[in-house]
Design a protein around this ligand. Structure first.
Ligand SMILES: [Zn+2]
Length: 128
């Protein structure tokens, strides 16, 4: 068996061996656009992975305390004890009465006086 050529080029997206022009980076347009989309979303950068982990942990903590409840009041201490990071949320929802809910995906919290938090869950329907 011959050893593989010293510089066998492979598609940056799927890893298939490439043939043809020396500057070719992808086997086809599908691989090219898949790769470019990923670059745009930055899904693989360390910063995105780091923040995503924090968001997922925050979400897991809110889910833990809500359980099957629709709403619940809890002291912030309990959230912090589990490692909740108040710096990270996905979006803000402001009611007509100007109450500001911070959401982590489908779970939200409203800061109350004296370090209490009002937890809520929202049904989020994915776009079809
Ligand atoms: Zn490919």
């Amino acid at each position: 068996m011959n050893p593989p050529p010293a510089e066998e080029r492979r598609c940056l997206e799927c890893g298939e061996p490439l043939s043809g022009r020396a500057d070719k980076k992808f086997c086809n347009d599908m691989c090219r656009s898949a790769h470019n989309n990923r670059q745009i979303t930055g899904a693989r950068t360390p910063a995105v992975r780091h923040i995503h982990r924090i968001l997922l942990r925050n979400r897991q903590i809110l889910e833990h305390f809500l359980g099957n409840l629709e709403t619940r009041r809890i002291p912030g201490r309990l959230l912090r004890e589990r490692g909740f990071d108040f710096l990270y949320h996905t979006h803000i929802y402001e009611t007509a009465k100007q109450a500001r809910y911070f959401f982590v995906f489908e779970f939200g919290y409203l800061p109350l006086p004296n370090d209490w938090y009002f937890l809520v869950r929202r049904k989020v329907s994915a776009p079809s």
